[in-house]
Write a protein that binds this ligand. Structure first.
Ligand code: BGC
Length: 643
């Protein structure tokens, strides 16, 4: 009631900070600071650290109503300490470990003055061309829903308002992962069964777990941009799911409705976004410049603005910011969080659990620590920051990152020798380094090749039409394999890649994704058998790009192929099998498991009842190990077809 219309609109306005956290405040946009003092800014993103959050909050305290700012940040897979990329974490299928990873990130971010993370990303992705597949939990709705809830619980801890918790933000609402042809920001066209059964449940799981906020998305869904989509935001989220938090737009997405051809200008865009239920405008300035006028012109009822403001203020109250606007900016906490050994331990544990063993012919792995000579070859071997993957924050003292070279060197016995050759780059086509790499391999008893995508080849706006191992990397693998030495290939990537020659010829393949701070140690843990790998693929690996979108839970169709070679007027390709190169859920271990004694408690149930399935799982190998037991069910006859 105390607020003027302009002050209300101010709460719905979020700016990117023009301050570089590493180098100190930049007064590039002094006008922004004046707007903060005038109460015209509700939130800032990309402001972090005690010094900057305190400084900016002080400006907000000079405003008439002293409403504190919210500081948001993309804390996606770690804050000070970087964990594996989210897709890699999903490969662990280890829900408590994933929750702990988010808990650590939340604790660290909250200690760095952050109130709010723009995570988790809960978009289902069935298209590995889409670079943001790295940011979610992969293709499966059920696994994705469990992980969505775990990440929300992790970030929000015992509840927002605690000084070790940040608000979570389920994004991108909705169906962003289904961008046509895997091209980022592209349109989404989808029927309602697929939308409700495949893409929405992880969002529902995040809402049920108490996610404080949602972010809408860049795409249009069946012709209506998500930001201006009332069906999504008002009908499903706020009415049907009774969501009490607020919705932030994606970066500039309110204004981008002009490009979509859905809004005439920013005035029209603001009208459509607020009407559809977008509460906060990230960076487009459409609300700031037009919302008050829209109310005055009687195009937008004041009640809509009030509702949006109330949702945002409520979160600021719940965070405790009205009691103490500097609550999250605490020097001692920040310092302690930065170098917490327990956090580093959690990062290592998560990293080793994220690794997927794809091939291990003749049990060439695990390696002995006393091998005479090991050659490490490939573009990733000696890189350091590259291990962090996309969506990580680099700190000036990121020297605690363990490179793959260092991790393996430290694990080898005193009499072992480690030699190195880069061999080739990630994407360039030069073979100039091949000879040196072959010479290194020839002196070795085992060759470890670390290959893949570089860190910035997956992530936002990193769609690829060709997802083969890039550059001449596979040619280098062929050349090294031709030496006759045993070769272990590590593949570092943010998405499923295609590497058929390697898969068919090289005896051992380990998919490492991007593992974060502890990459080198975690890889050494697995290669030398200090940890028995247990990761399982959270996304299908295609044989060629032509199979995409590809996923395990497809419909049978009216003409299912009877086998891999059946092309007789069935649903198949005449030039390729239907099956993937590696299936969803696939992953090897150094030991073997046997399932027996499968029992089902009953054979018929009503809607409210459940069935209990039990079985005996036995480790039949010679090494301790963990197994992810997977159970797939099928509804044989349904009122709509089921996978
Ligand atoms: C991304 C969001 C992110 C935002 C703020 C956008 O480009 O799509 O996921 O939270 O930027 O950095």
């Amino acid at each position: 009631k105390l607020m003027t219309l302009n002050e209300k609109v101010g709460q719905l306005n979020q700016y990117n900070g023009d301050w570089d956290a590493a180098k100190g405040p930049i007064t590039k946009d002094d006008e922004k600071q004046q707007q903060i003092r005038d109460g015209l800014v509700g939130s800032l993103l990309n402001i972090r650290g005690l010094q900057h959050t305190t400084q900016l909050q002080k400006e907000a305290m000079k405003s008439r109503l002293k409403i504190p700012l919210l500081f948001g940040q993309d804390v996606i897979h770690g804050y000070f300490i970087t964990f594996p990329i989210p897709l890699a974490e999903a490969a662990s299928w280890d829900i408590p470990a994933i929750e702990l990873a988010a808990r650590v990130a939340g604790t660290e971010a909250a200690a760095g003055g952050i109130h709010w993370t723009f995570a988790p990303m809960v978009d289902i992705a069935r298209d590995p061309r889409w670079g943001r597949i790295m940011e979610g939990a992969g293709e499966d709705t059920y696994l994705g829903s469990l992980i969505a809830a775990a990440r929300v619980r992790g970030f929000q801890g015992k509840g927002i308002g605690n000084t070790d918790a940040v608000m979570a933000c389920a994004k991108h609402f909705a169906a962003y992962g289904a961008a046509v042809a895997g091209r980022d920001y592209n349109s989404v066209s989808m029927g309602l069964p697929e939308f409700w059964n495949v893409y929405l449940p992880p969002f529902k799981a995040a809402a049920d777990a108490g996610a404080a906020t949602f972010m809408n998305s860049f795409n249009d869904l069946n012709g209506i941009p998500a930001t201006g989509n009332a069906y999504l935001q008002r009908e499903i989220l706020k009415r049907k799911w009774n969501f009490k938090g607020f919705v932030v737009s994606d970066w500039g997405s309110v204004g981008e409705m002009i490009n979509h051809g859905y809004a005439k200008d920013n005035y029209d865009a603001a009208l459509k976004a607020i009407t559809a239920g977008s509460d906060m405008d990230m960076e487009s300035r459409s609300y700031k410049n037009h919302l008050a006028q829209l109310v005055k012109d009687k195009k937008v009822p004041l009640a809509l603005v009030n509702d949006a403001v109330k949702r945002i203020l409520k979160k600021k109250f719940e965070m405790g910011l009205f009691d103490d606007p500097y609550k999250f900016s605490n020097a001692a906490r920040e310092k302690a969080a930065m170098k917490n050994p327990a956090h580093m331990q959690a990062a290592r544990d998560m990293a080793k659990k994220s690794i997927v063993l794809l091939k291990n012919e003749n049990k060439i792995l695990p390696l002995s620590k006393n091998i005479k000579t090991v050659a490490m070859i490939g573009p990733v071997v000696k890189l350091v920051r590259e291990n962090l993957g996309f969506w990580s924050t680099e700190w000036p003292d990121s020297n605690s990152i363990v490179s793959q070279w260092e991790g393996i060197k430290n694990r080898l016995g005193p009499d072992s020798k480690l030699v190195y050759a880069q061999g080739c780059g990630f994407t360039d086509t030069s073979r100039a380094g091949f000879a040196e790499a072959i010479a290194a391999a020839e002196q070795a008893d085992v060759v470890i090749m670390s290959m893949g995508e570089h860190r910035a080849m997956s992530g936002e706006a990193k769609s690829r039409s060709n997802i083969h191992l890039p550059g001449v990397q596979e040619d280098l693998i062929k050349a090294i394999h031709a030496t006759g030495k045993p070769v272990v290939v590590l593949i570092n990537a943010g998405r499923p890649l295609i590497f058929n020659w390697t898969a068919d010829h090289v005896p051992a393949i380990v998919y490492t994704w991007w593992l974060g701070h502890q990459a080198g140690n975690a890889i050494a843990d697995v290669l030398f058998g200090d940890y028995n790998p247990s990761g399982k693929l959270p996304a299908t690996f295609p044989r060629t790009e032509g199979q995409i979108p590809i996923y395990y839970n497809y419909f049978n169709t009216g003409r299912p192929a009877q086998n891999e070679n059946d092309v007789n007027y069935v649903s198949a390709y005449i030039d390729l099998q239907n099956s993937p190169k590696y299936a969803f859920g696939y992953g090897l271990s150094y030991t073997s498991f046997e399932y027996s004694n499968l029992k089902i408690s009953r054979t018929a149930i009503t809607k409210k009842e459940s069935i209990k399935v039990s079985f005996t799982l036995k480790n039949t190998g010679s090494m301790a190990g963990e197994e992810v037991a997977q159970l797939y069910i099928r509804d044989k006859v349904g009122s709509i077809v089921r996978p």
